[in-house]
Design a protein around this ligand. Structure first.
Ligand SMILES: [Zn+2]
Length: 357
């Protein structure tokens, strides 16, 4: 439950400074863009993940934007280049901070924009660019307490959206990731030209939808209602030719249900996935995680050679279309927290439990 007692401004400010300092000490790349720290002894400012030596707390000042730091006479660090974080990333990051700190339930786009210190149009634009959210999605998400709860528990925006039941992969497809040094998306928009056949089966984790092209499995969805899973499939591949067909893929479905029940793989399944180059690399790493073990988002980011891309890794996990076959359920937070799962946290919990047994 949220506290109904309002916090004083001083309390909020010192709480925020304490969090910033923690993130600075941890070199937390997830905080990049949310704030900047300046070192008074050198008059240089950095992003939280900067690899340089940490300053003393008493020599550290925090700023919301590079502009604020520069107005006070600080110069950007040559190593972490804090002035090169795109504006949209900064806005979304600051908004996430505000939402995390905020105890006010009735937040809407306008009040959020005011607290972030940008016009509401700029806020909407930034969310559209960074999280693929339309203004309507954003308002709906803000109304949802659950969304804020996940943010408070340390999820990033995209994780929180999935955990709160928002978004489809097509909406959150890698966008404007130039700041992470990613290759541009090779994802073919909407599955144009694809012929997809699907079938459904029951498992103890609920309904399973398996969709495939003649080249391989392209979707494994878990949920409570077949109808919802089918409409998710259509939303993910709006331009594909989609039809139900039981026969030809029954062997694949059998194997998938077998794995969902916690059994070790019996044979490999071909996959036919539409993915960006980055997603492909992340999903390949996920397939290397042995059954019964887990990895953190940061470890996967290391493994794909982009240690700073932790948020993008989380997003790639959240947009994995083939649950279980690409075991995104084996990725957890560094603190052991399970983080989000596109198919529901309780399913993630059960899958991990079974595999450990
Ligand atoms: Zn730096």
């Amino acid at each position: 439950m949220m506290s109904s007692r309002p916090h004083s401004v001083e309390q909020t400010v010192s709480r925020q400074a304490a969090r910033y300092w923690q993130a600075t000490l941890a070199r937390d790349a997830r905080a990049d863009g949310a704030f900047f720290f300046g070192v008074t002894s050198t008059q240089v400012y950095c992003r939280p993940s900067c690899p340089a030596r940490r300053p003393l707390r008493k020599n550290t000042r925090f700023f919301s934007t590079p502009r604020d730091a520069e107005r006070e006479g600080f110069r950007p660090c040559q190593r972490c280049k804090p002035n090169q974080i795109p504006e949209a990333v900064q806005i979304v990051q600051r908004a996430a901070q505000v939402l995390e700190m905020d105890t006010d339930d009735a937040v809407n786009v306008e009040t959020l924009a005011r607290k972030v210190g940008v016009p509401s149009d700029a806020l909407r634009r930034a969310f559209r660019q960074q999280a693929g959210l339309t203004p309507k999605d954003l308002s709906a998400a803000l109304r949802l307490k659950r969304f804020k709860k996940f943010l408070r528990e340390g999820s990033n925006i995209t994780d929180a959206l999935y955990a709160a039941g928002y978004g489809s992969a097509s909406r959150v497809y890698e966008r404007s990731d130039a700041h992470l040094g990613m290759t541009p998306a090779t994802y073919q928009k909407g599955g144009k030209g694809m012929k997809i056949r699907y079938t459904t089966a029951k498992s103890h984790l609920g309904e399973v939808l398996v969709a495939a092209t003649e080249r391989g499995v392209s979707a494994v969805y878990l949920g409570d209602a077949v109808r919802k899973l089918v409409s998710e499939l259509r939303a993910e591949y709006p331009l594909a030719e989609i039809a139900v067909e039981k026969g030809p893929y029954s062997k694949w479905v059998e194997e998938i249900v077998w794995r969902i029940e916690g059994s070790a793989p019996r044979h490999e399944l071909p996959l036919d996935l539409q993915a960006t180059a980055f997603q492909r690399r992340v999903w390949k790493q996920l397939q290397k995680i042995p059954r019964g073990t887990t990895r953190t988002y940061a470890q996967i980011a290391q493994a794909v050679g982009q240690p700073r891309a932790v948020r993008a890794v989380a997003r790639a996990c959240a947009t994995n279309p083939v649950s279980v076959l690409v075991p995104c359920h084996r990725v957890v937070r560094a603190n052991g927290n399970l983080a989000g799962y596109r198919w529901g946290l309780s399913r993630k919990e059960k899958l991990l439990e079974q595999e450990r047994a």
